[in-house]
Write a protein that binds this ligand. Structure first.
Ligand code: NAD
Ligand code: UDP
Length: 322
């Protein structure tokens, strides 16, 4: 699936003990690369990378990306940042620091090493979008002073830093705008909608719908996202992004809940709660650019991806798959 002719590289993945980072590392190792995972374990977990213990091509370093890093690598994937609203709002100043100082430190490192650096940006740069589906040339509708701003504006500032380093220092950058991604190793208690609904459904507990559930998201299975990130990194210097990466299959939050209830055979009912402040009403990536630049499109249908994710959470709970 992944088209790479590159020989073995030394690759840094920041945030590698998290959900997305740990899957990315698995794939990079399976391609024969050497991987250094840097993480402060704020939202990540050693458990996500425990299976790599003993792999001579894998190294873990406990480190906070807000501090400079002196290492030698060929490529950098910068994923370090809490991604779920409850985690990134827990210490919002630290969230902004992670995005901004983290970007500065990784860009400084890339500049010193003259290596490629990829930024895990986000669909949150579009805020509560008035253009639908979102294309990369849309500048977004972001509240600069709300509870989501630490994340949204932090990521926007990181994009700005990446492009300034590209323009001023000729640095080879790749900016990926990642839309909602789900799969095994999501944190069971980080409050994201897919993990919340699956955990609730498996416990026959009420499914917590915020608002009336008509707001939409477009969910990409993690394996597809990892394909995209690796393809983007493999592009030549002309390809900087920003590139939308996500699955354009849009679904309302209420439909997602009903789908998960059906897939799990749960007795859960729907329970409605107030919508969080500035919760985007709609979200769907236009992935025309990704198709053109990296010949990528997601291939995992939501039912298949959800089944694998349900199986993971059942396993975590020590329950047999129904
Ligand atoms: P995650 O919370 O599972 O992983 C983030 C990792 O970064 C964790 O291991 C955490 O411990 C680490 N981290 C946080 N602050 C750090 C710091 N200061 N120094 C070092 N490590 C730090 O989240 P994820 O879903 O895997 O997201 C990974 C990246 O992808 C994030 O940058 C996120 O913004 C981006 N992203 C994810 C999604 C998604 O739906 N999963 C969507 C858009 C963007
Ligand atoms: N959501 C919900 N119930 C939950 C968790 C989330 O209805 O238990 C909603 C949330 O309000 C948002 C959508 O699901 O409209 C996606 O939330 P998530 O935090 O997963 O991602 P984001 O808002 O960052 O896209």
């Amino acid at each position: 699936m992944i088209r790479t002719n590159d020989s073995r590289k030394h690759i840094l993945v920041t945030g590698g003990a998290g959900f997305l980072g740990s899957h990315l590392i698995d794939r990079l190792l399976s391609q024969g690369h050497e991987v250094l995972c840097v993480d402060n374990l704020f939202t990540g977990a050693k458990q996500n990378i425990a299976h790599l213990t003993g792999n001579s091509r894998f190294t873990f370093r406990h480190h906070d990306v807000t501090l400079p890093l002196q290492i030698d690598v060929d490529e950098i994937y910068n994923l370090a940042c809490p991604a779920s609203p409850i985690h990134y709002q827990h210490d919002p100043v630290q969230t902004t620091k992670t995005s901004v100082f983290g970007a500065i430190n990784m860009l400084d490192l890339a500049k010193r090493l003259n290596c490629k650096v990829l930024q895990a940006s986000t669909s949150e740069v579009y805020g509560d979008p008035v253009v639908h589906p979102q294309t990369e040339d849309y500048w977004g509708n972001v509240n600069p002073i709300g509870p989501r701003s630490c994340y949204d504006e932090g990521k926007r500032c990181a994009e700005s830093l990446f492009f300034d380093h590209h323009r001023h220092f000729g640095l080879e950058i790749k900016v990926a705008r990642i839309f909602n991604t789900y799969g095994p190793r999501m944190h069971h208690a980080d409050g994201r909608v897919v993990s919340n609904f699956i955990v609730q459904a498996l416990q026959d507990a009420p499914i917590t719908i915020y608002g009336d559930g008509t707001q939409t998201r477009s969910f990409c299975y993690v394996d597809d996202m990892v394909d995209a990130l690796i393809c983007l990194m493999a592009t030549g210097p002309d390809v900087t992004g920003p590139v939308n990466l996500g699955n354009p299959q849009e679904i309302s939050v209420r439909s997602l809940a009903e789908k998960i209830i059906a897939l799990t055979g749960s007795r859960s009912t729907l329970a409605f709660y107030p919508l969080p402040v500035d919760d985007p009403k709609q979200r769907q990536p236009d992935i025309t650019l990704a198709k053109t630049l990296i010949d990528w499109r997601p291939t995992t249908l939501i039912d298949a991806g959800l089944r694998r994710t349900v199986a993971y959470f059942k396993d975590q709970q020590g329950v047999q798959v129904r």
